[in-house]
Design a protein around this ligand. Structure first.
Ligand code: PGA
Length: 247
């Protein structure tokens, strides 16, 4: 049986601070934690807050190991759109994570084999301690697009039209979004010891409620969080709202 707690905060600033507290708590308890880190807009404030704490000497996660959540396929390493580049700029560099503590997803060669080996190695080392996740407007976690099996492994995926449209906002136009990607699978994510889902903005209102109150279903990948072990859904008020007030 899962344990899911919902923390509703006033605004993105409070979300950043409360999220940073949770990450800091994890690192304090286990400095060598294995942490999955997403891109996307929602966690950026949280990353900036962690960076500020690090600058002030109040936070250090340089002993942790950081795992990439997803990556586009079919673009070169220097391409401005790589999610690794985004993660580097927003998280790895500001937090001083040494290269040796960064685990990237496979993106070439025999991907099916490489992804299976990747999952085996992660599981062999005890899995992920903390997965920080954003919520797609279509309910995806990473690029686990609906419908997805709860046991889906790390693998190559084709992005949904909805994800292409929403990621188009990052790069200017939807045409710029690579259509294929690799993502940590639903199965290994759900097996993380602890999950922090960050949700912000009115556009996420309907999907966050479907995720936490709706039926657990392949059609809403985030609904599987209802059955995961230790989940914190950290949402600002504009995403959450009071359902009665919103009616
Ligand atoms: P966002 O992305 O934080 O930019 O809304 C979330 C996601 O699509 O996973």
């Amino acid at each position: 049986m899962g344990r899911l707690s919902i923390v509703v905060v006033t605004d993105p600033e409070e979300l950043a601070c409360v999220g940073a507290d949770l990450v800091a708590e994890e690192i304090a308890a286990n400095p060598t934690s294995r942490i999955v880190v997403p891109t996307g807009r929602t966690p950026l404030g949280l990353y900036r807050e962690l960076g500020r704490r690090r600058e002030g000497g109040a936070f250090d996660m340089s002993e942790a190991t950081v795992f990439q959540l997803d990556e586009y396929l079919g673009i070169g390493p220097e391409d401005r759109r790589t999610l690794f580049g985004w993660m580097d700029r927003s998280f790895l560099s500001p937090l001083g994570i040494p290269d040796a503590h960064v685990v990237r997803l496979p993106t070439g060669g025999d991907l099916e084999r490489a992804c299976a080996a990747y999952d085996r190695e992660v599981a062999g080392n005890g899995g992920y301690d903390l997965a920080i996740l954003g919520l797609g407007a279509n309910g995806h976690l990473g690029f686990n697009e609906p419908p997805v099996d709860r046991a889906a492994p790390t693998r190559e995926v084709v992005l949904s039209a909805e994800s292409i449209a929403s990621n188009g906002n990052y790069w200017g136009v939807a045409d710029d979004v690579p259509p294929r990607a690799v993502t940590i699978g639903m199965g290994p994510l759900l097996a993380a010891r602890r999950i922090l889902l960050v949700v912000s903005g009115t556009g996420k209102h309907a999907i966050v409620h479907r995720a936490v109150h709706g039926p657990v279903s392949p059609a809403v990948p985030a609904s599987y969080l209802q059955d995961a072990d230790d989940v914190t859904v950290l949402t600002d008020r504009s995403a959450w709202r009071d359902p009665e007030a919103a009616a």
